[in-house]
Design a protein around this ligand. Sequence first.
Ligand code: C5P
Length: 210
Amino acid sequence: MTRRPVITIDGPAGAGKGTLARRLADHFGLPHLDTGLLYRAVGLKAEKTGRSPVEIAAGLEPSDLADPELRTDGAGQAASKVAVIQEVRANLLDFQRKFAAQAAGAVLDGRDTGTIICPDAQVKLFVTASVEARAERRYRELRAKGVDTIKPRVLAEMAERDRRDSERAAAPLKAAPDAYHLDTSDMDADAAFAAALAFIERKGFRSSGP
Ligand code: C5P
């Protein structure tokens, strides 16, 4: 079958959405959009320039998405602060919907891709893990990068971001009613990929590659 699916992947920080999204995009040959990067770019630029995040979101430039600082936890916190602003979200909506509408299909990951951005996506995944498992992964990643931190701090920051993302009025983090739930607390990346792939194949989508 050569139908090109739109696959959405939502869930909290550290649940493994990004890795899963990249692997599924690669497997199915689909373009991938990490929607969190848009919010990180807005948050970071607002912090650095003092300009209004609403204005920044209306005119994001490709170079804003190339800042190496975007991957830091500080940028994640800055992103979640500007992500509560409805006008920021509205200004980023069009770009994300156009990305999802391309004929080639798409994989999008974030917090609201299955609920707000692509409510009609054929495949929706909601990827979670306990806050302890997510913080442990993040802690190991940071240590591997040489960042000096302690586990309780990583856990506290993650819990704070979870709370802000879930309790906000504008597009809070939640699963779409038709999303497939994947709890990765006790899964590695290979097991999460296998479970997601099995679900997608049950929906009738197959890789068109060799
Ligand atoms: O996924 P990532 O950690 O890069 O997202 C950073 C922040 O951006 C999230 O904590 C969330 O507040 C915000 N975000 C959002 N909606 C999305 C993607 C990210 O509100 N679709």
